[in-house]
Design a binder for this molecule. Structure first.
Ligand SMILES: [Zn+2]
Length: 291
């Protein structure tokens, strides 16, 4: 419960920072809560060709292939140097990163992308509906796309394909990526959830005197829950570690457990139920506010 409150507060702060359009340098400084989620942690192998290269809660993933690598998310501006160090600690080369992908255009996931592009020379792939927020250069350094994608588009390097599922609401272009990881002879469906969180300052219902956060946001969230439910998931990952109990799973993993804790289809279903219940509660609050 405490962590849910903390993450709600964090989200408000980020959203405010984004909405207030303060100069980049001021916003890009992580506040105390942001710093808490942005602690350096050692990188590690998750499953198959997927590695964790992010911070304590702000995630970043490296998907490696003999033909080059894919990086999903660049964290805050301050996370980028951690990601660079983590990739190298694992023995991989920054120059081997061919593509950078993004979960959504908020400063805790896209803030470091400009720096990661610079460090790797990789091409940045952006979902069409998030391009305006990614390139505004207000809440975080502008992340200029080399390729603009749409719902169900794919990014392929060697034998590995990442598929982009538009899961909008949290941002207009919020994206849930999927791939298949091979571990020996086994194959696992991997889901990297963008986010289905309704931030506390969001407004879902569009009324003449009280407009929604953006037109169509309610229908967008409803689409997102339909899409998330439809995706086959063995390995559950996401843009924040707290969504999938990263800290606990990592600790189980370090004890050499026989079963990989990141294989968690039930955890994925539970996450969707929690997120959808929070969305429904927010809708009810807007329809009949507590007196
Ligand atoms: Zn976000």
């Amino acid at each position: 419960m405490k962590s849910r409150i903390v993450s709600a507060i964090q989200c408000v702060l980020f959203a405010l920072a984004i909405l207030m359009v303060i100069p980049t340098a001021a916003v890009a400084q992580a506040n105390d809560l942001g710093r808490n989620m942005n602690q350096p942690v050692p990188p590690f192998h998750i499953i198959g060709n997927i590695y964790y290269v992010g911070a304590s809660d702000i995630t970043s993933y490296l998907i490696v292939t003999p033909a080059g690598d894919i990086l999903l998310d660049g964290g805050f501006v301050e996370t980028a140097p951690q990601i660079e160090a983590n990739i190298q600690k694992l023995g991989f080369k920054l120059k081997d990163v061919k593509f950078i992908l993004n979960s959504h255009a908020h400063l805790d996931h896209a803030g470091g992308i400009s720096e990661m592009k610079h460090a790797t020379g990789a091409k940045f792939v952006a979902m069409d509906q998030d391009v305006a927020a990614l390139t505004a250069g207000t809440a975080f350094p502008a992340a200029m796309p080399d390729r603009v994608i749409h719902d169900n588009d794919t990014v392929t390097v060697g034998a590995v394909t990442m598929t982009a599922h538009l899961t909008p609401g949290h941002t207009r272009g919020c994206t849930t990526w999927t791939t298949v990881a091979r571990d020996g002879v086994k194959r696992y469906n991997v889901v990297f959830v963008g986010s289905a969180t309704v931030l506390p300052n969001y407004k879902l219902i569009d009324l003449p005197n009280a407009p929604a956060t953006y037109p169509g946001i309610q229908a967008d969230y409803e689409k997102t829950f339909r899409v998330l439910r439809s995706l086959p998931c063995d390995v559950f990952l996401a843009s924040h570690g707290s969504f999938y109990s990263l800290v606990d799973k990592r600790s189980v993993m370090s004890k050499n457990s026989a079963q990989n804790p990141f294989i968690d289809p039930w955890g994925y279903q539970a996450y969707i139920l929690r997120a959808e219940a929070a969305f429904q509660k927010e809708l009810q609050n807007e329809q009949s506010p507590a007196k």
